[in-house]
Ligand binder design. Structure first.
Ligand SMILES: Nc1ncnc2c1ncn2[C@@H]1O[C@H](COP(=O)(O)OP(=O)(O)O)[C@@H](O)[C@H]1O
Ligand SMILES: [Mg+2]
Length: 338
């Protein structure tokens, strides 16, 4: 049995994807669910939220050629770019329940290899290598989760629709879409729907082409389980009406583009929409405070500087994230039964 992979994805940067993965990973750990956070974004922002720069530098520069494990996602796939096989990941244990598969700026260099092997997986010659490469992220994340005895993998990806993200999504069971209250975020959503459908179908064709695979292939379900509205993108000077205007278009755009529901009625607001998983509040000055001590906002204490109103906001955030984590979990259990 493979461990479910939940990916946070929108074809738009700055909508709070990385921040969501970080906070939810901590929250699942707090709820007693063993979790692997996987940083598949070549920008490696998730990794820098978890680890000190000095630690990251050691991992990136580490020489692992002599051992059979690798410290970052790129070090795991790097031998595939030559004639070798992938390497097992050496995860960073953040807490007893929470581990990180570190990202790597060098991962961008793997994009061309992934693009080149995509057509080869439909070919008639030896299929081991193309499939080994295209499913590398899946194999590595699953190996990491197994080593950690984790029951969920949360993956953070960049905002583009290239070959790296295609492979990340092939490895994905469930997709959550973070949205900001603006045109760009909704446009990103419109690109996302058709892209996920194409990737799902194209991957199925390739799976059908390898009838006796030499290793387990992910199914690439990419099942959307809802969207998360982010408040922090809005400029404080903008009137509330402008925020409402964009936010209230989300239910319809999500239904049309992700669920292929092409006729209404649609819910009029996210509050009325069962696919709206949460609205994440603007954390304001708690953000730098939390980054400073490398903790999620909801774990900030008075000793970290969260006093008075800050302490109350941290407590609110804890309740909100707990609710969101449970709702997402209910979403994946529900689809498991289908
Ligand atoms: N709820 C929030 N409140 C305030 N700032 C936030 C919130 N979520 C994210 N941010 C900030 O917004 C910026 C973009 O968030 P990030 O998670 O990196 O987005 P993405 O991964 O989609 O590019 C970061 O500077 C982050 O600290
Ligand atoms: Mg990010």
């Amino acid at each position: 049995m493979s461990v479910p992979v939940l990916t946070f994805f929108n074809n738009k940067g700055g909508v709070g994807k990385t921040s969501l993965v970080y906070h939810l990973a901590w929250m699942y750990a707090e709820l007693g669910i063993r979790v692997v956070a996987a940083d598949l974004d070549p920008q490696a922002n998730l990794t820098s939220m978890f680890l000190e720069d000095e630690r990251v530098e050691t991992l990136w520069n580490g020489n692992h050629s002599a051992s059979s494990t690798a410290s970052t996602i790129f070090q795991c796939v790097e031998p595939l770019m030559r004639v070798g096989d992938l390497q097992h990941p050496d995860l960073q244990q953040i807490t007893e329940q929470l581990s990180l598969l570190p990202g790597d700026l060098a991962l961008a260099g793997f994009e061309d290899t992934l693009s080149a092997e995509w057509p080869n997986a439909l070919g008639s010659s030896d299929l081991f290598r193309p499939f080994r490469i295209l499913t590398a992220f899946s194999t590595i994340m699953q190996a990491g989760a197994e080593a950690m005895n984790a029951s969920i993998i949360l993956a953070d990806v960049g905002p583009n629709l290239g070959a790296i993200n295609r492979s990340a999504l092939i490895a994905t069971d469930y997709v959550v879409v973070p949205l900001g209250a603006d045109l760009f975020s909704l446009q990103g959503l419109r690109n996302l729907g058709p892209t996920l459908r194409t990737w799902r179908q194209d991957w199925q064709k390739r799976r059908d082409n390898w009838t006796a695979p030499a290793f387990p292939l992910p199914r690439g379900n990419m099942q959307p389980i809802g969207y998360v509205v982010q408040q922090h993108g809005i400029r404080l000077s903008r009137p509330v009406k402008a925020y409402d205007k964009w936010v209230n278009r989300m239910p319809r755009e999500y239904a049309e583009n992700l669920l292929m529901k092409k006729s209404g009625p649609y819910p009029r607001t996210p509050e009325e929409d069962e696919h709206s998983l949460a609205t994440v509040k603007h954390f304001r000055s708690l953000v730098p405070l939390a980054q400073e001590v490398r903790k999620p906002i909801f774990k900030l204490t008075p000793a970290d500087g969260a006093i008075g109103g800050h302490a109350a906001a941290a407590l609110d955030a804890q309740m909100d994230f707990r609710k969101l984590a449970r709702k997402i979990k209910a979403g994946w259990f529900e689809h498991d039964r289908e």
